[in-house]
Each structure stands twice: as C-alpha cells, then as structure tokens.
Design a protein around this ligand. Sequence first.
Ligand code: FES
Ligand code: FES
Length: 327
Amino acid sequence: MGEAGGPASTRADQKSFAERAKATVTRRDFLIGAGAGAATAAVVLGGTAVATKAIQPAQQTTSTTSGANLSTLPATMRRVELSIDGVKHTVVVDNRESLWETMNFQLGLSNSNLGCDRAQCGACAVLVNGKSVNSCTVLSARLGRGQEIKTVAGLATGPGVAGLHPIQRAFWLEGGFQCGICTRGFIMSTVALLAANPKPTDVQIAEALSGNICRCGEYAKVYKSVQTAAAEMRGEKVTYRATPVVVDVAKQAAQTPVATGVSKDFQFVTPLATIEEFDPLAAAVKKNDGVTDVSGNERSITVKWDPAKLDEAKVRTILTNSGHPVR
Ligand code: FES
Ligand code: FES
C-alpha cells in the first residue's frame, strides 16, 4: 500500500515521479543555486532579527510597481495584491519568492524574523486568514486572492505597554523571551491558538506552539505568558510576576493617551542610504502640526496624522519638502 492507504505505486509511476522530481527546481535548489550570489545572515540587534540578503541582479525580483502591465509579465512573475495588517500592497513577485522576502525586500516591512528560512523554527510566523504559517515558506504568488495577512506589527492598538495586544503585553511583562529571535513567531502562533481555544492547558499550548522553536529555551516563561494573556483576554484580572504590583490594564489604558487618526505606509522614491538617516527624518516630520506619529525604515515610512489638520496630499508634501518624496 502506498501512503494514506492508497495502492502501491508501480515501477512506471516511480520512474515518472523520479523524472518529475529531477525536473523540478525545489526551493532549496533555488536557494542553493542563488547561493553563489546570495548570502543570508540573521543578526541579533536589540532582540530583533535583521536579515540581509544580497542577491545578484539577475536574480532580483521586480521591485514594487502598481503600474506593471500583467500581459507583459514573464510566466515566472505574478502581480498580486497583498493585504498586510489592513494595508493593501500591489506588488510584482517572482513565483519562487516567499512572503517573508516580499515583505522585507520589496515592501520594507520588517515585521517578522527570519531564523532558519526552511520552515523549521517558526520565527517568521505570521497569520494568513487566522492560521499561523511560516512566511519563509509561503509563496507570495499564492497570496493575492483576498487573504488577510497579519503580522505582529498589526496587533498593538496604542502606545506603551497598555497599548500592546494582551499577548504582546504578557510576553513582555512575563519575560517570555531572551534574545527575542523567536518571539514574534511565538506571539503570532499564540494569537491563532487563543482565537481557537481561549483556555488552553499547558499540553495544548505545547502542541499548538510545537512549530515554534526557542533556542534560548525560555519555554516555561513562554507558556506562562500564553496562560497570562489568555486570562486577560477572558476578562480576568492578571498579576504579572515581573512587577511587584497588580497591573490594572484598564486603568493604564484610560490614563495613556492613545494616538488616533489616519495612518498610511509610504514607500520612498529613493530609499535612504542607511537606517541611521531615518530617525532625524522622523523627528523632522513629527514637528509638523497634525502629524501624530512616524515610524519606518530606510525603504518606507508610516505616518499617522490628525485628519482634522492634514490629509494624504499634505502629508506627501511634507515628505517631499523633507527631501524624501514617496510613491
Ligand atoms: S525562518 Fe521560517 S520557519 Fe524558520
Ligand atoms: S528567546 Fe532566543 S530563541 Fe527564543
């Protein structure tokens, strides 16, 4: 019998499968083939994994474009509209390009960490229609059909600890991390778990998070973080071990002014030369009346503004006047 109780495969079947397998360029083959010019490095910077990948020009994916003519695309490319944390991004992707690669290299969204790049560690986990998936392994070309992609950047609702999603807050205050490489993936898998099971046992947590690996071995605190977050999400008052007092989240939230307004991601026409240029730019943009928050990186900038004072056209003008026009 073959797999799943099917009939045993014939010698001819095996031959044709072998031939097909030989003719197929696997993801690993692709990466190894690209290895002559592609180097991947995960670097721990303040608890955040930053991956850099140098790709030879011939292997670079087409950069983000909203005007690409579908009929002119080669068969190896697709134009897709990715909905990430509620923002739609139209982008032309290589059929072999992972969601993680698209988010980081094309969209400048460093919202998930890259660990193994082989679907083994879960560090890169994001949600697709509520399911936790490894963004290093899901192909962007398959995600342009209305799927909702959620990353850790889409969880918080306001500034400070009070503005964090309960799961983020629990990981932070319970110390459910050490180096932090795995944390975003654990948080996203926990979001999926608690949506399906609001009161999991430790055994169920271990099962649900079995695709996430913590090389620092902080599992005990990770499980405690999940239990604490689950309790808070069930409406129970929680006490954090890391703090000497009970955290009254509702009171904190009431005291913390929550930034309101309209928020939009913009791509720089010309990326900044280095990330170090971003903070001075953000500080200058924040000085404009009506701008309530600025974040981003060398490729993109997210501006939040008060709609009573500004609109998108005025924000674009502010960015142009700062010397960094956006698309
Ligand atoms: S980086 Fe995606 S599973 Fe490890
Ligand atoms: S905190 Fe370091 S890998 Fe999990």
